[in-house]
Write a protein that binds this ligand. Structure first.
Ligand code: PFF
Length: 443
């Protein structure tokens, strides 16, 4: 028989862990490269619209299912919908594998930059340096090291592992990012960076490609569409106010993404590197890891400290997100196969680490895994999740609990009609974009 289900210790434990999941590479690396690719302000506006319209309703749906069933995703979905719906839970687990596989590779870059930057400073020839560290067997080694840390934390359990790490790391992360933004503000020329960041080319708001990227990014950044928030909520007790938690998490996540932009864009403009964020030999995906180190190396004595702080913050953000990705798979193995937590963490961590090796050897594969796992699967997962909670779960509003009912009718309406329509359309466009990448890789 299994041990009784663990719970968060109460207080801020759950909230910090969920914010830790949401705030990650997505807020710093992915948000800024997507904003740069999609016209700055227009992207930010669409991102906010997508968060409010489809992100928040899906987050509340995940919380409701998770807490209501107190089970990992496949079992939770089975609990409310019978075995016909279980494949949706399987999709979640597959998505967890795919995302963590390449996520850990990028996190490995960040950890390596942090360690090497603090020890030796940042290389002046950052483009060539990134070419060396972004692919190859060295990259595999840093990826495996990062996976090992993640496995270690998750084996510790919900309270002693995940929650403890989040309580320790999240306040430090917030302080580091705000400190960096204040420093960036003191640089001469920072104003041009802000201007770029907030300039809005409103025509692009009507562009489906921008909307597709904004939807994908909203899901990625909020850790939605693969049962992560569902799994975290399954360790939650009844007294938490779910709509309030969802709002708090979305606001913190967006806040950190915006503040990270307030670090990145002023830095680039102050050092005259702004044109390079748009791509170059590594494409925009790697640009942050080329242009920022270049900025740190041209900063003089402050470089290693500022750069080191940035890369440490990035690594910390990555680890608290990676824990949540692994937890989906681990919880599934613990509930479904009856494995002990350490065994589940080691075995699934090893399998995911293997899956990430091709991404560590070839950045084209990494890009494809990001497009398929990090966008398409999340959008498709969110589509079915909305239909499931909107139509199949008997009385989702009662499951939310609490005393406040205001807005929950609207929530159910959004889940039934608006969220599925938007996500179907966005999944279609994302499918096209992923196919495009497959053709590029094959050709
Ligand atoms: N939200 C994380 C980030 O922004 O980096 C990434 C992520 C974690 C995506 C967990 C999906 C997920 F289930």
């Amino acid at each position: 028989m299994n041990a009784p289900r663990e719970h968060w210790s109460g207080g801020l434990g759950f909230t910090l862990a969920a914010v830790g999941s949401a705030v990650g590479l997505g807020n710093m690396w992915r948000f800024s490269y997507m904003a740069a690719e999609n016209g700055g302000g227009a992207f930010v506006v669409l991102y906010v619209v997508m968060t409010l319209l489809i992100g928040l309703p899906v987050m509340l749906a995940e919380f409701t299912l998770g807490r209501g069933a107190a089970r990992s995703p496949i079992e939770a979905i089975g609990h409310y919908g019978g075995s016909r719906w279980k494949p949706l839970g399987v999709l979640f687990v597959v998505t967890g594998f795919t995302i963590l596989g390449y996520y850990s590779v990028i996190a490995g870059w960040a950890v390596r930059y942090a360690v090497e930057g603090l020890a030796f400073g940042f290389p002046a020839d950052a483009g060539a340096h990134f070419g060396e560290i972004s692919e190859g067997w060295d990259t595999v080694a840093w990826h495996l090291g990062f996976m090992a840390i993640t496995v270690f934390v998750v084996s510790g359990g919900v309270r002693a592992g995940i929650e403890r790490a989040a309580i320790l790391l999240m306040p430090a992360l917030g302080a580091m990012i705000i400190g960096l933004a204040i420093y960036a503000n003191s640089l001469e020329g920072a104003g041009a960076g802000y201007a770029y960041y907030f300039q809005t080319d409103f025509i692009q708001i009507l562009d489906f490609d921008v909307a597709r990227d904004a939807a994908g990014q909203a899901f990625f950044s909020l850790s939605l569409g693969m049962g992560t928030m569902l799994t975290y909520a399954s360790y939650l007790s009844r007294e938490h106010d779910l709509p309030q938690e969802a709002g708090l998490i979305a606001i913190s996540d967006f806040g950190i993404a915006v503040v990270a932009g307030l670090v990145i864009f002023p830095l680039l403009f102050a050092l005259g590197l702004e044109t390079q964020i748009m791509g170059g030999e590594t494409g925009t995906l790697g640009a942050l890891f080329v242009v920022l180190p270049k900025a740190f190396s041209s900063m003089g004595a402050a470089g290693p400290f500022v750069g080191g702080a940035f890369m440490v913050a990035l690594s910390v953000a990555a680890v608290t997100s990676a824990m949540s990705l692994l937890e989906v798979v681990v919880a599934t193995a613990v509930d479904g196969l009856g494995w002990s937590r350490p065994k589940a963490a080691i075995v699934s961590g090893a399998a995911i680490a293997l899956l990430g090796i091709p991404a560590a050897l070839d950045i084209g594969i990494l890009e494809l895994m990001d497009s398929v796992g990090g966008a398409l699967f999340l959008l498709v997962g969110g589509f079915f999740l909305a239909l499931f909670v909107g139509w199949r779960v008997p009385d989702p509003i009662a499951e939310v609990g609490g005393t406040r009912r205001a807005g929950l009718g609207l929530w159910r309406f959004l889940l039934r009609w608006v969220v599925p329509s938007v996500l179907l359309l966005m999944s279609y466009f994302q499918g096209q974009a992923s196919l495009e990448l497959i053709r590029k890789l094959a050709g």
